[in-house]
Design a protein around this ligand. Structure first.
Ligand code: ADP
Ligand code: MG
Length: 360
């Protein structure tokens, strides 16, 4: 992979820069969690100061356009952002010293279709392409995949940092390594559980994933949340493995399993305290409601107090711990949800493939 430290600053290059601004937005239009955006700032500043012209492209899922949050983005970057809303690339002014942002790249169908024509068009005004959007690298989309056919392509510092830390999670010895897996969206989580089960000391299970396993075991979980396709998702996973640690008790309300219970927290805490490497993704319960946040808080406190190398990731996991404890308590906080999980499941990520990551 070519790193941005290899860019020749004397050449006055114009860079198309894939950033990651896919953040949650409140009903009143406020950015709820700016962790991902601030992670882009350093690389952008470095390039601008080094004389590279930076034109950012990114997507956002919760709103259609970046327009209503441009002023908030400008505040986070502490500089003016020139906002570009159309695809008339010949009109795109890319002047050195200025920072540009194209509107939500997913508003053009060519993006998700990984369309070469679309990629070629947006590549036109530029000399180089830089991907700094680790969280999108599991998608085969034009702005992370097809684009690399048309411009010399560089790996941004965030992708370097993410792959370095997640490689460490994958390759560190199984002795003392644990995975804490909760949350919902079992289709992204069970493959990781399958991949890690024989490579860790324990996998601690909570959240909706635990409900899926209970259901598979024939437990009546009433109206609790579970994944419809739990049978097929869990097929092939050895549920009797001693390394798979299920909760001992639950916080059940009106028959619904909404959090892990106090005995589970104590049991998990004991395992956490003895571990050397912890990878945590997914809240233990419906943490958005205070009465069902105890499991997640208990696990957060145990992880923070342990001496292990601590990696966390996932939008909701980050939101659950950031306000109460701060992200600086962890050794590495991944900006990737799905991308982190795909990397940990040792799938090939199209965005990394396009940068030559697997060729190294
Ligand atoms: P992350 O974004 O960290 O990867 P997920 O998106 O997979 O996490 O899951 C987080 C969501 O799962 C949260 O909205 C949380 O309320 C929900 N959740 C976790 N456990 C339960 C449960 N037992 N019942 C209902 N919802 C749950
Ligand atoms: Mg989530």
């Amino acid at each position: 992979m070519k790193l941005i430290s290899q860019i020749n600053e004397n050449e006055k290059l114009k860079a198309l820069f894939r950033a990651d601004f896919d953040v949650p937005i409140s009903e009143s239009g406020k950015i709820l969690e700016d962790f991902r955006i601030s992670k882009q700032r350093e690389a952008v500043e470095g390039l601008l100061n080094g004389g590279v012209a930076v034109f950012m492209i990114a997507h956002i899922a919760e709103i259609d356009s970046f327009r209503p949050i441009i002023d908030q983005l400008e505040n986070i970057f502490s500089r003016k952002i020139y906002f570009v809303e159309d695809l008339n690339v010949t009109d795109w002014k890319v002047e050195h010293g200025n920072l540009y942002l194209l509107d939500n790249v997913r508003k053009w169908p060519g993006e998700k279709d990984n369309d070469s024509g679309f990629a070629k068009k947006i590549a036109e005004p530029f000399d180089i392409y830089i991907n700094n959007a680790f969280a999108v690298s599991h998608r085969k989309h034009a702005s992370v995949s097809a684009i690399t056919e048309f411009l010399p392509s560089y790996c941004g510092p965030l992708i370097e940092l993410e792959t370095k830390n997640l490689e460490r999670a994958v390759s560190s010895p199984s002795d003392g390594k644990i995975f804490i897996m909760g949350g919902a969206k079992a289709s992204t989580k069970i493959p990781v559980v399958k991949n890690f089960l024989n490579k860790v000391e324990s996998i601690l299970i909570g959240g909706v994933i635990a409900n899926d396993i209970l259901k598979k075991r024939g437990v009546d979980i009433n109206g609790s949340k579970f994944d419809e396709d739990f049978e097929s998702l869990l097929a092939g996973l050895d549920l009797s493995s001693p390394r798979l640690v299920m909760p001992l008790d639950y916080n059940v309300s009106n028959g619904n399993y909404l959090d892990i219970g106090p005995k589970s927290v104590e049991n998990f805490r004991g395992i956490v305290m003895k571990s050397k490497m912890i990878i945590w993704n997914g809240p233990m319960g419906l943490f958005e409601k205070t009465e069902f946040a105890k499991g997640t808080d208990g696990i957060a406190e145990a992880v923070i107090n342990s001496k292990a190398f601590k990696i966390i990731g996932g939008g909701d996991t980050i939101a659950a711990v950031n306000n109460k404890y701060g992200l600086d308590k962890f050794d590495f906080v991944s900006t990737g949800g799905g991308a982190m999980l795909a990397f940990l499941a040792e799938e090939r990520l199209p965005g990394l493939e396009a940068l030559g990551y697997y060729a190294k």
